[in-house]
Design a binder for this molecule. Sequence first.
Ligand SMILES: Cc1ncc(C[n+]2csc(CCOP(=O)(O)OP(=O)(O)O)c2C)c(N)n1
Length: 637
Amino acid sequence: MSEPLPSTSGLLGAITAPADLKRLNAEQLDLLAAEIRDFLVAKVSRTGGHLGPNLGVVEVTLALHRVFDSPRDKILFDTGHQAYVHKIVTGRQGGFDLLRQRGGLSGYPSRAESEHDLIENSHASTALSYADGLSKAFTLRGEDRHVVAVVGDGALTGGMCWEALNNIAASKNRLVIVVNDNGRSYAPTIGGLAEHLSTLRLNPGYERVLDLVKNALGSTPVVGKPAYEVLHAVKKGIKDAVSPQPMFEDLGIKYLGPVDGHDVQAMESALRKAKGFDAPVIVHAVTRKGYGYRPAEQDEADCLHGPSSAFSVETGKLLAAPTVKWTHVFAEELVAIADERPDVVGITAAMAEPTGIAKLAKKYPERMYDVGIAEQHAATSAAGLAMGGLHPVVAVYATFLNRAFDQVLLDVAMHELPVTFVLDRAGITGPDGPSHYGIWDMSVFGVVPGLRIAAPRDAATLREELREAVAVEDGPTVLRFPTGSVAEDLPAIRRIGQVDVLRADERRDVLLVAVGAFGKLGMSVAERIAEQGYGVTVVDPRWVRPVPIELAGLAGSHRLVVTLEDGVRTGGVGEAVAATMRDAGIRTPVRNVGVPVGFHPHGSRAEVLSALGLTGQDIARDVIGWASELDAVETAG
Ligand SMILES: Cc1ncc(C[n+]2csc(CCOP(=O)(O)OP(=O)(O)O)c2C)c(N)n1
């Protein structure tokens, strides 16, 4: 038997597995929750990461691990950004100094880290489908295990959740769904469902929940009264309490709640009840995003959803000096275009601030639609807007548009509709790891007939290409740019057709085709190979799909073509360039440099690129090797 736990402070250090939680009394659990919040703020303030969501699920997670028996029972976290507390209580406290750093803890559940983790996917709204399958499998195999899925009100705006609920209700298998309802995605959650959940929060049971939250807030030093007053004012602002509609029960799923998600005892008793049902049950937990840390509670934009890097514990403000990001340039230019073109409207899938489209909404609130975490719907709704005579600009992270391939292919492109998809965070993104990399877009969307893809290399080309994209009237366009600070200006020395020439040596040995933000990398590679006596031309095609035919002509006048792209090599721009050259009868050898197909581990963007050999030095060494092979062949010939 393990040692008894100390009765006062310093509880956290003794928690190495969920079993340790089961030996704590109510008072100890409250102390532990406070210690976990301190731990989260201290660690995440050094590395960046998902803070607000995790502060909100401390008690929910403790209750889950006391009532269920992980890893035998399966606890699934939808999206997975709120699994830090789960990591802390499943033996991974020691890893938090390297959270989201290369070689360190993942920011999401990770099967390699722990037997308590199942879903690594950071894309929202999948947990209920996994849970449906798991519960069916356990039933069929006669295994006596429980399956619990934790899903936020934000993730519940995603269609997959509703497809899953429909099936879960029909299968009637044992399954617990914890709806972690904090009323927010990044910003307040939108839509009919969100309104329905607000209604549930207004029922008499919630009055009691509110009182409990009030008391808890009053006794939490960093939060205190103001936060309570905001909560209460919001509630009072809605006239007359409406009685809750039994929406979930209409679906055939039992409903328990609302429960104060910051009261471990209340959560535990609801979960025990749910565990006892031999059918699907929803436990509606009401929580506050950022709970217990004043700067998060008071952050209107997103309750410190996910500070990207280190921040001040006192203020919650990032320590790094602000820089101009790609996102800012896009946001500014979109508003300038919208000033001139009343038909231009914006769409976001619950990410107005992070994609910059909030700037459009600020100036023209009626011309921006937040559709919830619903990228598929966003694409087809955009098709409808375009059919109705508007030009929608759908701003999403590159990784999330993968979800809407069929909608882009058939609903938009087959109908030749003018919709512009703006893909932020394209390419290797870094700390969020492989499911957040935007490396598939140029391959996946490259096969869509009539779709054009632009990859700007700096602020000026981003502005220019966005304008060109919204001027296209006969089909979809995609504009993709990476994460972080916008690249330094890289002016062209001339333009051939639509291709920008960035460097042109007299000798034409190597043609470097540098896609988008890899323009700068292309220039540094050129510098190095020129030092070895080779003449280099560097071009930026600007529009990479369809491949500009001018590239074939340029390729024909060089001895070697090398393509560089921040996307997967297979099916990427490089392969398309090679095919275009083949079709045009150009025989110059081509080498494609890009991201190998795979799920590459997290780290900073620079570290991941370096691990993949995508640095100026590595690429230059390869190019010199290929060029000298040609020298040898030509000499021998
Ligand atoms: C398909 C998809 N689109 C967008 C996102 C970006 N995203 C991450 S968390 C989040 C909000 C989630 O809200 P909720 O489920 O309520 O959890 P909370 O953070 O409020 O706890 C969004 C939009 C995502 N992870 N997946």
